[in-house]
Design a protein around this ligand. Structure first.
Ligand code: B12
Length: 297
């Protein structure tokens, strides 16, 4: 199988089209095309489809595939997950993105992709790391590709009606585990709640400023390692003490709560959710947000 970048270059030059001409047709710069051809970037969402249309070739030809399964065929989830995991472990980012793209991510299958595929792959990789079968570099690589997949999915799941609520999403202190919070933030977006995802290691005064400037309604905090729970408690205390943030609600989650799900109460939070569905229930039952009206999942 030849790479996407090589195929793009071959097909483009066969058509006597230079990088700028192709970029103009697609509404992107010449350097973007150059980066695709060098294999340092990969087109997300509709762009891959549009490249195929402009060059008059199928996506399979662009990807160098001879035979592919289409998303209309039922997907064997277990086999799919294993194949995708292999791509992540072997460093095959392009193939990984393409596999997800082929699933046609939509509001109807997004939770399956999150929970049955991406989450399970990350848990498997964690177990492989524990057994010494993969090293930290592989774990980091897989994480970065999952972040890319999440970005790609958010561009192709389609327009979601924007509601009046917004949420600031972050992990605590130097918590390096960010995929869970990122996924949850994408999920908020699908529910029509505008997310501001700010990652990890953000100083408290910047967090407070953003909560105020963006008039955020919900603060979502994630911790995986239990030693970040103290930091979570401190941040919650500061936020709750601020009179201008009285209406703000705080929801917490992450693997740090796996051993004792009740500790969120001691932290001063307004709620805890262990996964996507319990988050949706909390939003509906505690925040009285009418999710059904605004979006599908
Ligand atoms: C990738 C990874 C890393 C990467 C993180 C990169 C990144 N940018 O994320 C790196 C390599 C940096 C890393 C480092 C470490 N890791 Co690590 N890591 C993982 C791994 C393999 C995957 C994590 C992941 O992405 N999971 C998938 C996501 C989707 O799941 P999730 O985070 O649980 O999120 C879900 C829910 O929890 C919930 N949720 C999460 N946040 C929130 C927030 C809200 C508001 C809500 C409502 C819900 C919610 O929603 C999500 C969807 O259901 C896990 C294995 C595992 N079982 O998860 C180990 C794991 C978490 N790591 C572990 C360890 C021990 C470490 C290290 C301490 C290793 C070391 N000795 O150095 C360091 C941490 C050092 C530090 N500074 O704290 C252990 C933790 C065990 C524990 N609890 O004590 C695990 C479980 C591996 C293992 N089996 O031992 N790790």
């Amino acid at each position: 199988m030849t790479s996407f970048g090589d195929n793009l270059k071959t097909i483009r030059t066969q058509l006597n089209m230079n990088q700028k001409e192709l970029g103009d047709r697609l509404g992107v710069g010449q350097t973007t095309i150059a980066n695709y051809e060098k294999g340092v970037r990969f087109p997300t969402g509709d762009l891959l489809k549009r490249i195929g249309e402009v060059l008059n070739v199928s996506i399979d030809q662009l990807m160098g595939h001879q035979v592919v399964n289409t998303a209309e065929e039922p997907v064997d989830l277990k086999a799919f997950k294993e194949k995708l995991k292999k791509c992540l472990i072997e460093g095959n980012e392009q193939e990984a993105l393409y596999m997800i793209w082929q699933l046609n991510p939509s509001k109807d299958n997004i939770l399956i992709i999150y929970e049955e595929i991406l989450l399970k792959i990350m848990v498997d990789i964690g177990e492989m790391w524990e057994r010494g079968e993969v090293n930290v570099a592989v774990e980091h690589f897989a994480t970065q590709v999952v972040h890319k997949i999440l970005s790609m999915m958010s561009t192709i799941t389609g327009e979601v009606p924007k509601g009046k609520y917004s949420v600031l999403c972050m992990s605590l202190n130097s918590e390096p585990h960010t995929v869970g919070m990122r996924m949850i933030s994408e999920y908020f977006s699908l529910l029509g709640i505008t997310p501001y995802y700010i990652g990890t290691s953000v100083p408290t005064d910047s967090v407070i400023m953003m909560l105020k400037n963006k008039k955020v309604n919900i603060l979502a905090l994630s911790a995986t390692m239990s030693y970040h729970l103290d930091g979570m408690k401190n941040l919650i205390e500061v936020v709750k003490r601020d009179p201008s943030l009285k209406a703000l609600k705080i929801i917490v989650g992450g693997q740090a709560f796996d051993h004792n799900q009740e500790i969120w109460k001691d932290l001063g939070a307004d709620g805890f959710a262990k996964d996507f569905i319990s988050l949706k229930t909390w939003l509906e039952e505690e925040m009285y947000i009418d999710i059904v009206k605004s979006s599908k999942p």
